[in-house]
Design a protein around this ligand. Sequence first.
Ligand code: ADP
Ligand code: ZN
Length: 220
Amino acid sequence: MALNLIMLGPPGAGKGTQAERLARTRGIPKISTGDILREAVHAGTEIGQRAKAIMDRGELVSDEVMIGIVQERLDRADARRGFVLDGFPRTVAQAVALDGIMTGRDPLLVVDVEVSEAELVRRLSTRLICDDCGANGASGDTECGRCKGQLVQRADDNEGVVRERLKVYHRRSEPLVAYYRVRPTFRSINGAQPADRVFDDLAAVVDAAVATAAKPGAWR
Ligand code: ADP
Ligand code: ZN
């Protein structure tokens, strides 16, 4: 069975880091819509130029654009053998579209990464990323562990924009938890632990869910 995983949770929950690690250990692609948009901004494509102003304000790029990007990406051959989606869906309309894209594929596994609001603000305003490759910086470092690029604050990680992103999260993305919670494929984990512990919990819920799904009829 293909592992088709989506990760929910507020900005700063650590979804990106965990998604990356899980995807690497399972040999499937991690698909981050934030990374795809930042690459488009960097490359100066038309989508990138339009997305930049929206991202800098902490708002959401339109559902239409995002659904198109994800549809195209999930149709590529590597994603047919499973994927970890990070940053999508972010609205109920995106979730409905994703259900359509998933028709005829193995079911979605949904993991919600829970972290308190106070912890999120603290994390986001101190987070650094690599100016060249976009990797998250380790705390205390000034250069990227992956490519030696310079670590900088992300344009949308200053305090005002962080508060706006959290507001947008509550209004537009938190309803996704209610949308998915009723499914037998929904799990939540505690994101307010050291990253290694979060990863252990993530791997454990994924393994348990996949074992359940392997039983005939379990998720249908
Ligand atoms: P974080 O997880 O830290 O909030 P991301 O890197 O996932 O940030 O996304 C950065 C920005 O990219 C978002 O604030 C938003 O403007 C845009 N974006 C990313 N994914 C989506 C999406 N699925 N729908 C709309 N906008 C998105
Ligand atoms: Zn780098």
